[in-house]
Ligand binder design. Structure first.
Ligand code: GLA
Length: 391
């Protein structure tokens, strides 16, 4: 009897441990509605985005999840089941999920650990099990769970996130659980144990260089907390937003240069951040496609070792990041934060990399053999990303 009890306890622990990490062994790659479309979403748009993710190559590049953020909800029915807004989603979420799945994508949705979401829609507090069951019955694969209208303290936050994570697990369907309390209660210390695979580390990103740098500065310091199945989330990529519209255009989000967007992709990839695009994938320029779908940079982000880059130098507006990769390869990023082009030389031995390397400049594709250093000039706000293989 005692043995049986111990065995059950062990299986529960193993199951819980497994459930916490196997859902996102590498950082989730997604497209999300919020930063471009805000609340202006509907089933036609989602179908068009699914088509575009498929036809543009985004899905093949690895962007697997299509996530519907805030603004889809239409309240609860007379049995308290959460329902979509019938004007925006007249065919219902199950039909939409079927469509999204038919394109080879997975569907994500959004709720909040309070009675109402950030934009004031119906949320999941006290309905966690019922909502998790509903999401599972629709075929949802990912839940972003926000924290507006909830108490400030950490104790309640941990409890509320755990309640929803447990409910998702109980629903019987695998759903990635994305914790979104903006880093206010240091979720890197507790969100994985509560059942999350990723957690926002900062407030919302805006489409500007200063916002990107502010968020990078916070997230880069949290490298020790990331690993397979547990990721620091510095919010969506702003690549391709072009200062056009949507919530990320608020508060000075007037857009970035292509060089700056490339830095966004470089830093987020180095930091093993979830890559969550939020542009209009139906009309991407060649430049935006090149950045978002760059196989070499995505390979660094998705590297199975699952390590977040560590900042190993920060001096005179130049930051150097180092990310160990599988098979002994190493990725290095050199970021120029200044407003002018900077010359820079990096002898590899100075960062503990002795010997000679085959060095690939990831963005240009140029390869140099038998190298012991990188030397060149870096444009203002640009990031050079190198992949080193020991010879
Ligand atoms: C918060 C989140 C955003 C978005 C909105 C939706 O601000 O941080 O990412 O989900 O809510 O209302």
């Amino acid at each position: 009897m005692k043995k049986l009890w111990l065995y059950s306890l062990l299986s529960i622990c193993l199951l819980q441990g497994r459930a916490q990490t196997h859902l996102a062994p590498t950082p989730p790659m997604a497209w999300m509605t919020w930063n471009y479309f805000g609340e202006n979403i509907n089933e036609q748009l989602i179908r068009e985005i699914a088509d575009a993710m498929h036809s543009s190559g985004m899905l093949q590049a690895g962007y697997q999840y299509l996530v519907i953020d805030d603004g889809w909800q239409g309240g609860r029915d007379n049995r308290n089941n959460i329902i979509p807004d019938s004007k925006k989603f007249p065919s219902g979420m199950k039909a939409l999920a079927d469509y999204v799945h038919s394109k080879g994508l997975k569907l994500g949705i959004y709720s909040d650990a309070a009675p109402l979401t950030c934009a004031g829609y119906t949320a999941s507090l006290h309905f966690e099990e019922q909502d998790a069951k509903t999401f599972a019955s629709w075929g949802i694969d990912y839940l972003k769970y926000d924290y507006c209208n909830a108490p400030k303290d950490s104790f309640t936050a941990k409890q509320r996130y755990k309640t929803m994570a447990d409910a998702l697990r109980k629903s019987g369907r695998d759903m990635v659980f994305a914790v979104c309390e903006w880093g206010e209660r240091q979720p890197w210390h507790w969100a994985a144990a509560a059942g999350g695979q990723l957690w926002r580390t900062t407030f919302d990103i805006r489409d500007s260089w200063s916002s990107m740098m502010g968020i990078y500065e916070i997230n880069v310091q949290l490298h020790a907390y990331a690993g397979s199945g547990r990721w620091n989330d510095p919010d969506m990529l702003i690549v391709g937003l072009g200062g056009n519209k949507g919530p990320s255009g608020d508060l000075g989000g007037t857009g970035c240069t292509i060089t700056e967007y490339q830095t966004n992709m470089s830093l987020w990839s180095m930091m093993a951040a979830p890559l969550i695009a939020t542009n209009d994938v139906r009309q991407m320029t060649q430049e935006v496609k090149r950045i978002l779908m760059h196989a070499g940079i995505i390979a660094i982000n998705q590297d199975s070792l699952g390590l977040q880059a560590k900042r190993i130098a920060s001096k005179d507006s130049i930051d150097v990041l180092l990310k160990p990769l599988v098979n002994g390869d190493v990725a290095i990023a050199i970021l120029n934060k200044s407003a002018t082009t900077q010359p820079y030389a990096l002898p590899f031995a100075s960062i503990g990399l002795e010997g000679r390397y085959t060095v690939q400049d990831v963005w240009t594709g140029t390869t140099t053999k038998r190298s012991q250093q990188w030397k060149g000039s870096i444009e203002s706000h640009a990031t050079v990303v190198l992949r080193l293989k020991k010879e």
